[in-house]
Design a protein around this ligand. Structure first.
Ligand code: SF4
Length: 360
């Protein structure tokens, strides 16, 4: 592909001026709002993120309010979005910004990259969109458009492919208009240059597109096969005492850190589900239970693994619940479970218990 091509960039920017998506975080250039939106959009679709974004900005309208809030409240506002490390990082970064910068936002790539949870994409997106800096911000949509434009043979998830995309974006980037350029690529990828059935006939840069010329845009970006995600069986117990149920808080660090869950854990090789649950409850909370009937089975895929969660009703027969392998443990009335942040899998259990208590 012949690049850079100023005509391509002009055609793209003209199209963007006429077709840009009206998204709430685009209505101002507040770095805080843009940062929050970009963090949410990392693993969440735009349509889903909008309502979360609006509620989050109403509750935490600026970096000072976010920094002052307890983590649990931030996690609660994030509940349902998944990938909770994003919320924990956002909160930690807000505190750092207030402590170190008096709540002002840094204006260098290096400083942004030092904030928790800020990778090259978020740093470049905030700096280009809020501060007009000449930095390419390449999200999943932009990756697809660029890889197709160049009919790139490398897999963009691999370092060589990633580097080639970065170089291509840098070469195309129009000085002083990086924010619009980045968002134009994102919007083109989201609306016309979609993963399946791209609408090339409506595309403003079709005449520059190598994948279109080859007649196979959907073949790009090239994907080398990924290894299959490992699968684990996990158990969880519903332990009731009257209308109260026992929940445990995960340690603050690590996966789903700080969220609440129905206690249990991963099945070890050769172990039965019920034995696993008894062992986990003993190790994690120091209690003895009798495992009774199965209640539900929940399947869930994370970025790095798949799980099947087997949920059982249990009868508490001995020991006082203590936070041995968790951060906290509480008996909570079913009607109050709503106040606690749970991962998506455990929210399904909460919904089930609430339904049952309404029917009773
Ligand atoms: Fe994407 Fe088609 Fe436009 Fe190429 S011509 S950038 S494949 S929409």
């Amino acid at each position: 592909m012949d690049i850079p091509n100023p005509e391509l960039v002009e055609a793209l920017l003209r199209w963007y001026a006429a077709n840009r998506r009206d998204l709430p975080w685009r209505r101002q250039r507040d770095p805080y709002a843009i940062w929050v939106a970009e963090v949410m959009l990392q693993q969440t679709r735009v349509e889903t993120a909008i309502s979360y974004y609006e509620r989050f900005l109403t509750r935490f309208p600026n970096v000072h309010e976010l920094a002052a809030a307890p983590l649990e409240e931030v996690l609660k506002a994030w509940e349902g979005l998944g990938y909770y490390a994003r919320a924990r990082h956002l909160h930690r970064a807000a505190r750092l910004l207030v402590e170190k910068y008096g709540g002002e936002f840094p204006q260098t790539f290096k400083e942004w990259r030092r904030l928790p949870g800020v990778g090259p994409y978020i740093a470049a997106a905030v700096l280009s969109i809020a501060f007009g800096q000449d930095l390419p911000a390449i999200d999943g949509n932009a990756i697809r458009v660029l890889a197709r434009l160049a009919a790139m043979e490398e897999d963009p998830r691999r370092p060589a492919g990633r580097q080639r995309l970065q170089t291509l974006a840098e070469q195309l980037l129009p000085s002083g208009r990086a924010g619009d350029f980045n968002q134009a690529l994102m919007d083109l990828g989201a609306t016309l240059c979609t993963p399946k059935a791209p609408r090339c006939s409506e595309c403003p840069i079709q005449m520059f597109c190598a994948a279109f010329r080859q007649g196979k845009p959907e073949a790009f970006p090239v994907r080398t096969p990924r290894r299959r995600l490992p699968h684990y069986d996990v158990t969880a117990g519903i332990i009731q005492d009257g209308d109260r149920v026992l929940i445990a808080q995960r340690p603050p660090q690590g996966m789903l850190g700080g969220l609440w869950e129905f206690p249990g854990g991963k099945v070890e090789p050769g172990e039965g589900l019920e034995d696993c649950l008894k062992r986990e409850l003993q190790e994690e909370l120091g209690i003895e239970v009798k495992v009774e009937e199965p209640v539900m089975t929940i399947r869930h895929t994370y970025t790095h693994m798949r799980i099947t969660l087997h949920v059982f009703r249990c009868r508490w027969i001995g020991g006082t619940p203590q936070p041995i392998g968790c951060a906290d443990v509480r008996w909570v009335p079913i009607a109050e479970l709503e106040r606690y942040p749970f991962p998506n899998t455990d929210r399904k259990i909460v919904e089930r218990l609430r339904r049952e208590s309404h029917e009773a």
